[in-house]
Design a binder for this molecule. Sequence first.
Ligand code: COA
Length: 149
Amino acid sequence: MLIRRARKEDYPYFAAIEVEHPGYPAWGVKGFEAEENNRNAVTLTAEEEGRPAGFINFWILRPQVQLNTLAVGRDFLRRGAASALIGKMLEYAAKNLCLEIDLEVNEHNAAAIALYAARGFAVVGKRPKFYNNTDAALLMRRTLPAKDL
Ligand SMILES: CC(C)(COP(=O)(O)OP(=O)(O)OC[C@H]1O[C@@H](n2cnc3c(N)ncnc32)[C@H](O)[C@@H]1OP(=O)(O)O)[C@@H](O)C(=O)NCCC(=O)NCCS
């Protein structure tokens, strides 16, 4: 599996991956394109079998990193793609001298919560009715002493 910076031609694959996860907030091609104008933004893809198997987007807002979106295609689930993308984000965070990574996750998204917990994130707060005015968002955070990487 290759983790690399995303390119324009990857975005239709990302949009297709989003559609495979009903209910997951979708950015669509335009959303990923808009990130190209944000100099704090990093979008990466996990390439598998010659095509994008998943993506991650985060903002480097030193001393914080904000994880915005992360998804993996159905054919590639449970093969370590998300974990590898998070690992690369941690490298970016360390290189940019960031001290914490923050994210929001739907309280009912057991897979993502398990993934983040396995990568050292802890729940630090909750926003009621965050998604569609019904589901709460859990705020999860990982602090980043460089020696833990
Ligand atoms: C959450 C998601 C990104 C995980 O992607 P993935 O590539 O399958 O995850 P990985 O293979 O790297 O899994 C790493 C670890 O996370 C946990 N995990 C991942 N999926 C899980 C699931 N369905 N149930 C329980 N634990 C899970 C496990 O600890 C797993 O390690 P293991 O496979 O050795 O048990 C994927 O399910 C997805 O795209 N979901 C829809 C979009 C989404 O919810 N994104 C998160 C937004 S906050």
